[in-house]
Design a protein around this ligand. Structure first.
Ligand SMILES: [Zn+2]
Length: 227
């Protein structure tokens, strides 16, 4: 027989597990959106990270759509962003998913951020001026390097997969004591095609031809003097 008190307890526990499941589904949806929007990183790397594994994108051999694009890259020092993301993971007691950490870092005021009072953290919104996807790439790199790890769990009740970011204290120590992180980011610049030169290239070629011509004249003049 269930008394009124215990019936309420069962209802409350059921409602809390339903809320938890809903939160997990939302997190997974955000991960899927992030995966779809990512038009830079290797798909194999992204898929395997989701399941708590790592993958070297150079082994993809251009067999996924993003690797096939052959983008041009620029290098950027992202050490400070990396440190801030790690600090966020630690200050939220290593209990949040990557999408939640990114939401907090970007300054989101969504229900989950407010409910956990993560909107009052000093690093809330610290990455709001970064280009779209930049913080996500740094976070993925931290997971690939093992500085952060994704603790993946499968819910017995609903069969859904959820993950929580944890920090590797030894590797975090390395980052804090001066390890530099430089990542490649895609650039919009296109390599000039063979046979087609833009104005700056033509001007550069003209200058080189002019310099060579002046040098030829000087050599000719010197030779004439010696004759
Ligand atoms: Zn790939």
């Amino acid at each position: 027989m269930i008394t009124q008190g215990s019936a309420e307890q069962v209802r409350s526990s059921s409602s809390s597990s339903h809320g938890q499941a809903l939160a997990t589904h939302k997190e997974n949806l955000l991960c899927m959106v992030s995966y779809c929007e990512n038009d830079v990183d290797c798909r194999r790397l992204l898929q395997l990270i989701h399941f708590g594994e790592t993958f070297d994108p150079s082994h993809c051999s251009k067999t996924c759509d993003n690797c096939k694009k052959g983008l041009r890259w620029i290098e950027k020092d992202v050490t400070n962003i990396a440190k801030q993301l790690v600090e966020l993971v630690l200050t939220t007691r290593q209990s949040c998913s990557s999408s939640h950490i990114l939401e907090v870092y970007r300054g989101s005021l969504n229900q989950n951020v407010k409910k956990n009072h993560h909107d009052i953290l000093p690093l809330h919104g610290a990455g709001k001026n970064l280009a779209k996807g930049e913080a996500a790439r740094v976070l993925r790199h931290l997971v690939t390097e093992g500085i952060l790890t994704e603790d993946v769990k499968k819910s017995d009740t609903y069969g859904s997969v959820s993950s929580v970011l944890k920090a590797n204290q030894v590797k975090v120590g390395g980052l804090r004591s001066g390890k530099q992180i430089v990542l490649k980011f895609p650039t919009a610049d296109k390599a000039p095609k063979m046979g087609k030169l833009d104005e700056s290239s033509i001007s550069q070629v003209n200058k080189t031809v002019q310099r060579q011509s002046e040098m030829d004249e000087r050599i000719f003049h010197r030779c004439s003097m010696k004759l």
